[in-house]
Design a protein around this ligand. Structure first.
Ligand SMILES: [Zn+2]
Length: 287
């Protein structure tokens, strides 16, 4: 009896690669023919820089997340959505359904351990098992206009220069290409591996100002905003100055998380943005 092992699917990013430094052509070994910058392959995965192990493990919350991601693998997003105080609307899948994923290239920038669809390319600074391209998201090794869609969920708050990331999204998108980002507004500090800023809806419209059409809407509602803040406040107030006790108390406060269900209604309030846990921005690049 013969056993046929199916070949792994080709990496869809192979056909749109360019030098991350000078946009020159790359040879078969991923070396730039113009400036010499180089990436390398690990199986079907492409590597062009990215995070070091030390950086990913430098923060206690992030160490916990990294350990959970490695232990839980594909179950990690489900565990987070059950325990987290934030109820997010399902905004990614409707966005993905608006593309022909068999013909169009959509990339998830900052995917973490998540994969929405086998046809959506996973890009991250960390080399998780699902990642197709490990890279600095500010300097993508992709050609100008090579991408039809970009997804970026809960990434921009974790980078020191979000405008550089948005410029890079704009560069790799084809004319008429679209981006969908989720970014937090009312959320406590959460490093992964760092945490730098929050956004109002007007701030997002400005950040995506180079795009032709920008739509900002509530992605996670006011109850989510309140609950996470309340959980952190309770852990602080009940730990009497002890960092160890505070860290032990935070997971206990997740018992309050089911109250987030109130956002099924409250996130639809016309003024929900005043306390929204996060916003979704959808923007289209001009022709
Ligand atoms: Zn180059």
């Amino acid at each position: 009896m013969s056993v046929t092992i199916p070949a792994p699917p080709a990496n869809p990013l192979e056909r749109v690669l360019a030098c991350p430094r000078c946009r020159g052509e790359l040879d078969a070994d991923l070396r730039c023919t113009a400036c010499g910058a180089a990436g390398h392959r690990q199986g079907r995965r492409l590597h062009f820089g990215g995070f070091g192990e030390a950086e990913l493990r430098s923060d206690p919350l992030n160490r916990l997340k990294e350990t959970a991601k490695q232990r839980l693998g594909k179950l990690y997003p489900a565990a987070i959505s059950a325990l987290a105080p934030v109820l997010t609307r399902d905004f990614v899948r409707p966005f993905l359904r608006s593309f022909d994923l068999d013909a169009q290239l959509v990339v998830d920038l900052g995917c973490g351990t998540n994969r929405y669809d086998p046809r959506v390319a996973c890009v991250d600074g960390g080399s998780y098992a699902n990642v197709d391209l490990v890279t600095d998201l500010r300097a993508l090794p992709l050609r100008d206009g090579a991408v039809d869609g970009v997804v970026s969920v809960a990434v921009l708050e974790h980078v020191p220069d979000p405008a550089a990331h948005v410029r890079e999204m704009h560069r790799v998108l084809a004319p008429g290409g679209r981006v969908l980002c989720f970014v937090p507004f009312m959320q406590p500090f959460h490093a992964s591996p760092h945490d730098y800023q929050r956004y109002t809806n007007a701030g997002l419209a400005t950040l995506f100002g180079d795009f032709a059409a920008v739509d900002v809407r509530v992605g996670a509602g006011p109850t989510s905003g309140l609950l996470w803040v309340l959980q952190e406040w309770l852990a602080l107030a009940l730990s009497f100055g002890s960092r160890r006790l505070y860290r032990a108390l935070v997971p206990l406060m997740w018992v309050l998380s089911p109250l987030k269900i109130v956002d099924v209604l409250l996130a639809r309030h016309p003024e929900a943005g005043v306390l929204a846990s996060g916003f979704v921005v959808e923007a289209r690049k001009g022709a």
